[in-house]
Ligand binder design. Sequence first.
Ligand code: GTP
Ligand code: MG
Length: 455
Amino acid sequence: MYRADTIAAVATPPGEGGVAMVRLSGPDAKRIGREILVRKDTDWESHRLYHGRVRDPGSGAVVDEVMFAFLREPRSYTGEDTVEIHCHGGPYVVRQVLGLALGRGARHAEPGEFTKRAYLNGRLDLAQAEAVLDLIRSRTDKAAGIALGQMGGGLSQEVQALREQLVDTLVQVEAAIDFPEEEIELLQREALSRKVVEVVQRVSALADSYEWGRLIREGVRVCIVGRPNVGKSSLLNALLGVDRAIVTSTPGTTRDFIEETVNLNGLPVVLWDTAGIRDETEGVEQIGIDVTLKRLAESQGCMLVLDGAAPLAAEDMDVMERVQGMAGLVVVNKADLEQRIDCSAVSGRVPDLRQVAVSALTGQGLDALKGSLRDCFLDSAEEPEIVVTNVRHKAALDRARASLVEVHRAIDQGLPPDIVAVDLQEARDSLEEIIGTVTNEDILDRIFSQFCIGK
Ligand SMILES: Nc1nc2c(ncn2[C@@H]2O[C@H](COP(=O)(O)OP(=O)(O)OP(=O)(O)O)[C@@H](O)[C@H]2O)c(=O)[nH]1
Ligand SMILES: [Mg+2]
């Protein structure tokens, strides 16, 4: 087992709070704890919360009254002896407690060092350790759910299973290299090829889930555009459920852009309400329109708002021209009024944008709009079971996929087994990078356990 010195750090955020936690981990954690924590019974049971006082062993001054726990290795987060001191959450107290621990021989922990130790001590694999950070950084329930699944080993198990399959395949291929006289049927090429295809598909599905995960984590920017007075600001307010933007019947009301985020069933969408686009303006309004165009270029999608109660205007045509090729929706607003818009003319101009009819005034059609907007970016039918959110994992999966494609080609072309083996090993190594396992001897072990050498 990995052995190291004893580290200490404050586990809670800086500033004032009810409680703060100072954590020690390492072989001297208990010894240091005993020197600075005072309590009558000195025989600490593991995993019990005790009441006590923190005292400066030098001056004898009491620093704080605390709760503390001792967690005996390996049953702690790091897998090492750990002491957790729950003190009062003031900067001064926390500094004192930490200072005493450092003064008795602990080293200040580096960023992430507790989790690093958990990994080195085999409490977590790499993917799980990385998920701890994802969980801490999650902003929506969906993102937190994905991180929790990964922390629980969801991704690791899948990668581990794929790795096993590759190792099995490699066993057969290496056996053919090492013991050709055994006539191992490596040249059941078809079966081998099928197996590789199966793994490639699963590796690809994992790699492709990255884009899904990225959207869930980072969200998309959607620009609300249209000519003045069609109801863009009203739509923003209706989607937010609060009156955020000013709405008036005067065209050209919105001058500056407004940014707000809505959560569309787990997809964070940053909405930009913008100044209505029209020609022949000047001054502030023209500056507003310039900002609109800039925002439109920066956004990943659009909601093109049209006034359903009016015939299409030249300005609508202009806006339709500007959103060509973008993802998003055409929102035909003012559905509560008599409709005078020619929807087929709209389809002709922007055939790729789905049209939804809503009334920002009455709320009619808004739920359908939210669903359609989400569908523009996330295919709900294809929500992956396991979502890769880490770019390092994605890169490793891409490399594994590339190597496996080579394996497949080599098998199909009837290339010699040692060539197949090289690419297989690379694919396996790439998968191992994800979970951080280091293996070299175990392939040999498997060969010998499956074949009788003396035969
Ligand atoms: N009947 C009806 N009126 C609406 C609806 N949505 C907006 N309006 C009205 O349309 C007018 C313009 O609404 P805004 O939301 O300010 O329009 P906008 O597109 O933001 O306008 P600019 O900021 O000037 O570009 C206001 O008088 C709204 O009350 C709707 O669904 N039905
Ligand atoms: Mg407006």
